[in-house]
Design a binder for this molecule. Sequence first.
Ligand SMILES: [Zn+2]
Length: 96
Amino acid sequence: MKRKDVKPCKGCGKGVAHAGPAFFAMKARYWGLDPRGIQQTHGLELQFGGGQAGAVMANIMGADPDLAQPLSDEVDAWVCLDCATRLPLAVLLERD
Ligand SMILES: [Zn+2]
């Protein structure tokens, strides 16, 4: 990591090292479960007898639908130690 790569804290806007010599850098995305894909997968597992064997067979024979869809773009968030311990993840990722 070089100087040009450093970003301010997503929580407080200060430098990420102002609260200590370490910080968090994360890429995160908000996801929503897809009931249709889940039902399709579960139904196929049941058709193959359920349980571990049914899941394996459904994985081989099924269309492998998406079980979740992204509800946001990926956020590249840097967070100082102070904000990481006092702000919920959802709040940090919504801040601009
Ligand atoms: Zn901060």
